[in-house]
Design a protein around this ligand. Structure first.
Ligand code: SAM
Length: 250
């Protein structure tokens, strides 16, 4: 069976690619893996994409996330068990709802290659002996591209490398690899612990949406502004998605 993993961009109705639009139109059944997403606005955008670009008669199937023990005695064993349960849930949904010759689809925010588990789940499904699965991936505009475009910047100095990481791992970046870092999944603004006052931060929240907020400047100058705008927006909207680029002072 053919399963498509379709990157749909970071939240703007205009940042979906033509390839993704075509892929949505050629898919029979969409499987929603992420509990209907965190926010009603993002859920509404996904529904809009399916309504506008989906073929007549396409079907949508929600796959409930299996329960997970957040305080297990053996953390790694529990994560392995939970991952296997997610693969089982996808397998059951796909076998029940995909008819012979039909194509299944998974819509993924941004690009499927960055901090998203859909491809890992499908790889594990494909590795099982009892199912024949072909996976096709459609690239999406990632929130990292949306961030640098919104600020109108190149992400690094001439010929320099760039590291993409998470807030939890930011403090573990080795010295020398920290000239340019894109930081995702950071609910604590971890740069406050790692950055020097002269480093530059380019921060963006709700990129591509009507709520987009951008702040940039020296860490010493703009940290308080980011903290304040982040807290206020989060309180007002009830959710936040933000990302930033951190550049070492040169
Ligand atoms: C689970 S990861 C998924 C990333 C996604 N696959 C991508 O390519 O952007 C979610 C993180 O992406 C970032 N993100 C996604 N969409 C965003 C947006 N519209 N504005 C700001 N940050 C966003 C945030 O750092 C968020 O914590």
């Amino acid at each position: 069976m053919l399963l498509r993993v379709i990157g749909i961009g970071p939240g703007s109705p205009r940042q979906i690619t033509l390839e993704a639009v075509d892929a949505i139109g050629a898919t029979d059944v969409f499987f929603l893996l992420d509990k209907g997403s965190r926010t009603s606005e993002l859920t509404a955008l996904r529904e809009k994409f399916l309504t506008e670009y989906g073929a007549p008669g396409h079907r949508v199937v929600a796959i409930a996330d299996p329960p997970r023990d957040r305080r297990p005695d053996d953390y790694e064993a529990e994560v392995r068990r939970w991952h296997a349960a997610r693969v089982d849930a996808v397998r059951a949904a796909v076998s029940e709802h995909l008819r012979p010759g039909e194509t299944g689809g998974f819509l993924v925010w941004g690009d499927p290659a960055l901090y998203d588990s859909t491809l890992r789940i499908l790889d594990q499904l494909a590795a099982r002996d009892d199912v024949s699965v072909e996976v096709e991936v459609i690239a999406g505009v990632t929130s990292a591209s949306a961030l640098t475009a919104a600020h109108g910047i190149v992400a690094h100095g001439i010929g320099e490398p760039i590291l993409t990481t998470t807030g939890r791992r930011l403090s573990a970046t080795p010295a020398g690899a920290d000239a340019n870092q894109i930081v995702m999944l950071d609910s604590d603004l971890a740069f406050r612990e790692t950055a020097a006052p002269d480093d530059l931060v380019y921060w963006g929240a709700y990129l591509g949406t009507e709520h987009e907020i951008l702040v940039s400047g020296r860490v010493a100058d703009v940290t308080a502004e980011i903290e304040e705008k982040r807290a206020r927006a989060r309180e007002r909207l009830g959710w936040i998605m933000d990302i930033y680029l951190l550049q070492k002072a040169r």
